[in-house]
Design a protein around this ligand. Structure first.
Ligand code: SUD
Ligand code: ADP
Length: 286
């Protein structure tokens, strides 16, 4: 049967993240620049002919049935023609921290939709996969979109941008930040000014804007505050998504290595390069 091995589910960074309003259902309206990285989880897919979908690796804290990988596969399977007996064994090598703001679970789901759409010959267009993905999480459509992007709405309105072609240092402060708690906080700023692409594009490199979720996450999780404070000694340090991870764009790989060598032992840290395109984009029909 057909297989795909070592498919990257890349991490994302939110280069800035502004909360610009709220929908009637309570969801927050955002504006953000999403940046793809060359580091992420790795997934292996092996097609089955008995309709069974299994996650064949363990992920502590995430039961198989609630894993976004399994949910994504089931969602796509439900669109296959009646009588189809296609299923899959899926192995997930988890390298991204959960609740890290790097979009790990969402990226796993996006990679699953793209890989199985190809392996099962499901014939879904990029737009159709993005719509399926949105029901799994707000970040999923971005990963299927496959380019660095300016995101609006809750993250579903995407416009391709260049992003940053540089190295980043990422620090994992060792805590999982629950997204709902951050959005619920009374002190969250919800009225940042609307921006346009020309407004921020020229200044993206020098650290355009801010992350409105950072103040709340840093207040609730002192290790996030400590990591930002430590990294800010070296450059423009900022939190990604709803946290917990903190990142800094670097002028060179050597600068990234110098910062990594100095990171306190209690934090895990790594470097990654910004990429312009999702590695699985080539599998996609337009
Ligand atoms: C903040 C962002 C930015 O990329 O990423 P992460 O930190 O998760 O990577 C995303 O918008 C995260 O979106 P999503 O992945 O859908 O968030 P979930 O964990 O499902 O949302 C949990 C809860 O947070 C609140 N929520 C979430 C997104 C949003 N735009 N407004 C909200 O108010 C809602 O109450 C929702 O029920
Ligand atoms: N394959 C998966 N990988 C990571 N998290 C998953 C996965 N499937 C379900 N989840 C759930 O999604 C939550 C958010 O995880 P993740 O997307 O990694 O963080 P974030 O949204 O902060 O970037 C996790 O706490 C976990 O309960």
């Amino acid at each position: 049967m057909r297989s795909l091995h070592h498919c990257l589910a890349p991490a994302k960074l939110n280069l800035f993240l502004h909360v610009v309003g709220r929908r009637p259902d309570g969801y927050h309206l955002l504006q953000s620049a999403f940046q793809l990285l060359d580091h992420g989880d790795l997934l292996d897919f092996h097609v089955r002919d008995d309709g069974i979908i299994r996650r064949i690796t363990d992920l502590p804290g995430v039961p198989e049935e609630s894993d976004l990988v399994v949910r994504a596969a089931r969602l796509l399977q439900a669109t296959l023609p009646d009588g189809s007996r296609l299923g899959a064994d899926i192995a997930v090598t988890k390298r991204l921290p959960m609740g890290g703001g790097l979009g790990g679970g969402s990226s796993d789901a996006a990679t699953t939709l793209m890989a199985l759409n190809h392996l099962w010959d499901a014939g879904k267009s990029r737009e159709e996969l993005m719509a399926l993905g949105l029901s799994l999480g707000a970040d999923v459509p971005f990963f299927i979109f496959g380019r660095n992007a300016f995101a609006e709405g809750v993250g579903e309105r995407l416009t391709a941008i260049d992003g940053l072609d540089c190295w980043f240092v990422v620090i994992e402060p060792g805590v999982a930040v629950p997204t709902p708690e951050i959005f619920r906080a009374p002190d969250l700023t919800r009225n940042s000014n609307l921006v346009t692409i020309p407004d921020f594009s020229k200044t993206l490199q020098s650290g355009y804007g801010k992350n409105d979720l950072q103040t709340v996450a840093a207040r609730l999780f002192p290790e996030v505050a400590a990591a930002i404070e430590w990294l800010a000694e070296y450059g423009k340090a900022r939190m990604t998504g709803s946290g917990a991870c903190v990142f800094m764009p670097c002028d060179s790989e050597a600068q990234a290595d110098r910062v990594l060598a100095a990171v306190p032992a209690r934090w895990k840290a790594w470097k990654a390069r910004g990429i312009g395109q999702h590695p699985l984009s080539s599998l996609q029909k337009m």
